[in-house]
Design a protein around this ligand. Sequence first.
Ligand code: DAK
Length: 257
Amino acid sequence: MSYSFILTEKHGKAGLIRFNRPDALNAFNRGLMAELVQALEDFDKDDSVGAMVITGSDRVFAAGADIKEMASASAIDMMLEDKLGIWDRLRRIKKPLIAAVSGWCLGGGNEVAMMCDMIIASETAKFGQPEINLGVIPGSGGTQRLAKAVGKAIAMEMVINNRTLSAEEAYRFSLVNRVVPVEVYLDEALKLANEIAARAPLAVRSGKEMVNQAFETFLEEGAADERRAFYFLFSSEDQKEGMRAFIEKRDPEWKGR
Ligand code: DAK
């Protein structure tokens, strides 16, 4: 499928999506967001793909939502704009999502990165929520996810005083999984995606769902759901195969069944 604002590729079992609006620093216009979600949903349904990587260029992951597109919008326009629930569709992707971030990762760009399950950052990555400079605040979960990721003190500075985090700070504050040289951040992310894609697919899916649930529910409720998911995996062929392979001292062969 050919797109106008993104590029898609497959690297082994990793589906790669690159933002491709260099003149606007990959700002998210309506078209780009729609294409991103469509491409992710397509990879999510594709059995040859086990995990997805989202990236921009070395200079910029994404400079946020397209300011020129929303500058004159009314509150109603903004509300209706969201009626297809594009951001909710992103949250419903079942396979693991990895953001490979280099350069600017701002506003909606940082919100998309935080909606991913893991973030690999290049040493040049810079994370921020500069909406305050535009007279607004993050609108796609940025205040909530940031506070949960980096804690209240740092999140507050970022949201109400445009503090930008360097890659090192982002690592120190648990926003990203690791920081690597700019030459290899994408390779690292693709390697990680392929490693995960080689694991038991149903358990990966369940693990992603349950870790994410930890941010949305109370401990006891989450632990009860986790236990049910754990029991359920005992109905899979992969659980039998995984445990048999351990006992027989061989590598398991996963079927995703
Ligand atoms: N939107 C549109 N165009 C942008 C842009 C953006 N976010 N960011 C950069 N550009 C454009 C610039 O206007 C410029 O275009 P030309 O003038 O060449 O035509 C080109 O990209 C290059 O940018 P600069 O000349 O500014 O490049 P620099 O290297 O000097 O600066 C920068 C890089 C990233 C520091 C700077 O461009 C910048 O501050 N950009 C804006 C960052 C920002 O404020 N981001 C937050 C946007 S608000 C929603 C939920 C969430 C959101 C929206 C809706 N719903 C639930 C409906 C999210 C909102 C946001 O993200």
